[in-house]
Design a protein around this ligand. Structure first.
Ligand SMILES: Nc1ncnc2c1ncn2[C@@H]1O[C@H](COP(=O)(O)OP(=O)(O)OP(=O)(O)O)[C@@H](O)[C@H]1O
Ligand SMILES: [Mg+2]
Length: 202
């Protein structure tokens, strides 16, 4: 496949279960390296960087919401959200509170992941992904476990970041309504991307 995503763009990737959406997202974000081909992220060829340099690039530019959340079980919601800032050496408790509030989890900030519902864990994962105001946000099924109202609220947050901060959004979703709010929609099928729809609807 040959895919270019412009800065500030919003892209949705849809496709059947097992078609490779999560794999593709991991490659684009530099979590994984392709066996063939090249990927450039924020102006850097990923294959030219070693593991450490890729981790540094991710910490600086990328927010990632995993399909399975990947929260650290021994840390509270608040500590999970604060982690990227701590790792980057820019602790900011006020910002942590602000994003927890934005996802409606401020009252549960001292709870551990096992004490939170799936949808609540998903919102912690979202808060952790955008706490550092990343330039690019990758989100794998960000509304997959949420009821309609909460899902709506979370999509608003994503598109606010996209419009307000010009955060580039790359979403994997089964939710066609969410996908259609993106400027570009691609369907992954047979290892290829097919343009599905185009036009700003957000
Ligand atoms: N670590 C791995 N080792 C071997 N095969 C894998 C691995 N991870 C994923 N796969 C396989 O690669 C294919 C694509 O998986 P992927 O998780 O990218 O699909 P997906 O489109 O995200 O599916 P879903 O919608 O169910 O999340 C699947 O057939 C899966 O079984
Ligand atoms: Mg997946």
């Amino acid at each position: 496949m040959d895919l270019t995503i412009d800065e500030g763009d919003s892209v949705a990737i849809v496709g059947a279960s097992g078609s490779g959406k999560t794999t593709l997202l991991g490659l684009l974000a530099g979590l994984d390296l392709p066996s063939r081909g090249a990927i450039t992220l924020a102006g850097q060829r990923l294959d030219a960087l070693d593991e450490e340099a890729r981790a540094a690039l991710r910490a600086r530019e990328v927010g990632f919401v995993f399909q399975s959340f990947h929260l650290l079980p021994s840390l509270t919601a608040e500590e999970n959200v604060a982690l990227p800032l701590e790792l980057a050496g820019r602790e900011d408790p006020a910002r942590v509170r602000e994003v927890l509030q934005a996802v409606g989890l401020e009252p549960r900030r001292r709870h551990y992941p096992r004490q939170l519902s799936g949808g609540e864990q998903q919102r912690v994962a979202l808060a952790r992904a955008f706490v550092g105001r990343p330039r690019i946000l990758f989100a794998d099924e960000p509304t997959g476990n949420l009821d309609q109202a909460t899902g709506q609220h979370v999509s608003e947050l994503l598109f606010e970041m996209n419009r307000g901060n010009r955060t580039t959004l790359v979403l994997v979703t089964h939710d066609l309504e969410l996908a259609r709010r993106c400027r570009h929609v691609y369907r992954l099928d047979g290892g290829r991307l097919h343009a599905f729809a185009a036009g700003p609807r957000a």
